[in-house]
Design a protein around this ligand. Structure first.
Ligand code: BES
Ligand code: ZN
Length: 648
């Protein structure tokens, strides 16, 4: 690198820093216009990239997946579009080791200078590449390192089959840059193709066109023709099998689980039909689900064409399928219309939770949908209380301000549930017919684009509020703390009944005694688990006092055996109450769960309870964590280390 070019690059970087990165982020005005490609020019506090000057439109990936040294050797060939004059293209990296950078079409390449800037917490480093005004192709040669926070490399012992290793990626929110050099803002959309080489006995899948069978030579080609934000690039490699569940949908998993998965998700086709009838055609051709190993840190992740799902969804009773409805709904809210920055995350998740509930209502009726919504609402209330107690009022706004923070901090019930209840409240005030028409138009008008909260607000006022001439406190919902007073209230008679039962038990009543026979009627059976759904039992546990006499909890386990229930949602609530109450019987089951599953929704509250319990409880949990930590995805490890104040 000559002195001159070095200085040029440094100047560009510092200019860019001053212009956007290190400056405190102000709120974006509503006038950011999306151009024809769906790219908007907005500030993103979580990306160094200069997409408003030059942006990637397409990436050709060449990936060689090596399980022996847990490394991906990659070339990312970016096709660029120039928007303004610049001599530098800036990408995001956080982990990959850059070997060289070339310009030009494959085979006609010339090496160019690049510089890697200072590391910033969470965000990583800017990779600034010297280009000229004719540069169309930038090729980045790299290999991944141990710091690839997106990658989970699993030894065979952590898979269902125990014979083959496994790899999967998790890109959201800003982890794609840990395994591919990209312009990491969700405001930019790209298409991609990939040539991937894996060991011959394994199959590779991506968030793209996918094979249904293993190839002979371990080579796979993928195409994603619809433009997506880079956080949706995803890869899974393992011993995989496919089962079709309809014309354009099906499920992949290890052969040991694929039958169970096909049974659990039998309604997939119906869900797609219901979703399409609500908000318009499915735009991604194929919809498959892959059930990953237990370490997957989420219930589901909406990678386009291929939802990644946790095996904890295979409850054996189809009681967790709302997560699939949720990930499917993201095919509209999130993947088709995307949050422009992570401060607008509620646009992805709030819409999706609302839409998920509508799909559940179509398939299973209003009573079920209302129960699911109420469960979530209870969680929102707890979280709101906590934020308010901790002086984190700002974190209860729908529009967030995550500058300088990990965007994952925005993954709270505010974005999810407050967001969904905002939409439910709009639906109540404007009527379902009008609101559905508005939403259908919203997806149609913004497909393959990204949106800020301000752009959404403008659209909402123009298309729904003004034409109907109804007052609505939009600003309070978007920019004020807590829950506005006009928030819709949902009730469930079935929950009221089970809450009453919990109150009776808490008051010392023997709820397990078989009721007396009533004249002329069959004798009712004694209370048993199968009389209520898992959601009702969840509400039962939540209704009990925060701490209870361990002997009373032991009675419930004796009669209802919650501690051995395969349904992880109920088990988690039960374990948390047990820890708070000093009821130690379920410890073997807790340990089993913590060793096996890495889904954050379950392990996080359990570790939190142990941390709060202190003393011997905490020591016990720390010993389990020490053993279990290696079984978790880096995303979960990060969160648990923080919660437990654990230093490896
Ligand atoms: N997109 C999210 C998962 C996510 C969000 C990963 C932010 C990383 C950063 C996914 O759609 C999701 O919300 N999953 C939920 C399930 C849902 C039913 C609430 C989960 O995994 O718990
Ligand atoms: Zn989601």
């Amino acid at each position: 690198m000559n002195k001159f070019s070095f200085i040029t690059v440094i100047t560009t970087i510092s200019l860019f820093f001053f212009a956007s990165c290190d400056s405190t982020k102000g709120s974006t005005d509503g006038d950011n216009q999306a151009d024809v490609t769906g790219n908007v020019s907005i500030e993103d506090a979580h990306s160094f990239s200069n997409t408003n000057q030059i942006r990637t439109t397409h990436i050709d990936l060449e990936l060689d997946v090596n399980f022996d040294n847990k490394t991906i050797y990659g070339v990312a060939r970016h096709t660029m579009e120039h928007l303004k004059d610049t001599d530098t293209a800036i990408f995001d990296i956080n982990g990959p080791e850059i070997q060289k950078v070339t310009l030009g079409k494959k085979g006609h390449e010339k090496e160019t200078d690049f510089i890697i800037g200072t590391k910033k917490e969470f965000i990583g480093q800017p990779l600034s590449i010297k280009i000229d005004k004719n540069t169309q192709y930038i090729n980045i040669y790299y290999k991944t390192t141990e710091d690839a926070g997106a990658l989970d490399w699993l030894d065979p012992s952590l898979t269902a089959g125990k014979k083959h290793p496994y790899l999967y990626t998790q890109g959201q929110a800003i982890l794609t840059r840990t395994w591919i050099p990209v312009q990491g803002t969700p405001a930019n959309r790209i298409t991609y193709s990939a040539d991937v080489t894996v060991p011959k006995d394994l199959m590779a899948l991506m968030s793209a066109s996918n094979p249904k069978k293993r190839s002979e030579d371990g080579k796979y080609h993928f195409e994603m023709r619809q433009p997506i934000p880079v956080y949706l690039i995803a890869l899974a490699v393992g011993n995989l099998e496919y089962r079709s569940l309809g014309k354009n949908c099906g499920v992949y998993s290890e052969p040991e689980m694929v039958g169970k998965a096909a049974w659990e998700f039998v309604d997939l086709n119906k869900m797609i039909t219901a979703a399409e009838s609500l908000y318009g055609p499915y735009k991604w051709d194929q919809y498959d689900v892959i059930v990953l190993p237990y370490s997957f840190p989420f219930g589901g992740m909406e990678n386009p064409r291929l939802t990644f799902a946790s095996p904890t969804l295979l409850a054996g009773d189809r009681s967790a399928v709302s997560v699939i409805a949720h990930e499917l709904a993201h095919s509209w809210s999130g993947n088709l219309v995307t949050n422009a920055t992570w401060d607008d995350f509620w646009l992805n998740e709030g819409f999706t939770v609302y839409f998920e509930n509508r799909i559940m209502e179509e398939l299973y009726g209003k009573e079920t949908a209302d129960m699911l919504a109420l469960i979530e609402f209870q969680e929102l209330e707890v979280e709101l209380d906590e934020f308010m107690k901790n002086g984190q009022e700002e974190d209860t706004h729908l529009k967030l301000s995550l500058n300088g923070r990990n965007p994952d901090d925005g993954m709270t019930d505010i974005a999810y549930v407050k967001g969904a209840f905002f939409l439910k409240t709009l639906e109540r005030d404007f009527g379902r017919r009008r609101f559905d028409k508005f939403l259908k138009g919203y997806f149609e008008d913004h497909q393959f684009q990204t949106l800020t909260t301000e752009q959404f607000k403008k659209y909402l006022i123009e298309k729904l509020i003004k034409p109907n001439n109804i007052k609505f406190n939009v600003d309070a919902w978007l920019y004020e703390p807590g829950l506005p007073k006009n928030c819709i209230s949902i009730t469930s008679p079935r929950f009221e009944k089970i809450q009453d039962l919990a109150d009776q038990f808490a008051a010392g009543k023997d709820i397990f005694k078989q009721p007396k026979k009533k004249k002329g009627k069959k004798r009712e059976p004694a209370l048993a688990r199968d009389q209520y759904t898992p959601q009702e039992w969840q509400v039962f546990i939540r209704q009990l006092p925060k701490k209870m006499d361990p002997a009373r909890l032991a009675l419930i386990d004796e009669k209802l055996d919650f501690k051995n229930w395969g349904n992880a949602e109920v088990a988690t609530e039960w374990f948390c109450l047990s820890i708070r109450s000093g009821y130690k019987d379920p410890r073997p089951q807790i340990k089993k769960m913590l060793m096996k599953t890495g889904r954050r929704k379950f392990i996080w509250p359990i570790y939190e309870e142990f941390y709060a319990a202190k003393g011997e409880d905490l020591q016990w949990a720390l010993a389990v964590y020490k053993e279990a930590r290696k079984n978790y995805h880096p995303v979960a490890v990060g969160s648990m280390d923080e919660t437990l104040h654990y230093k490896p």
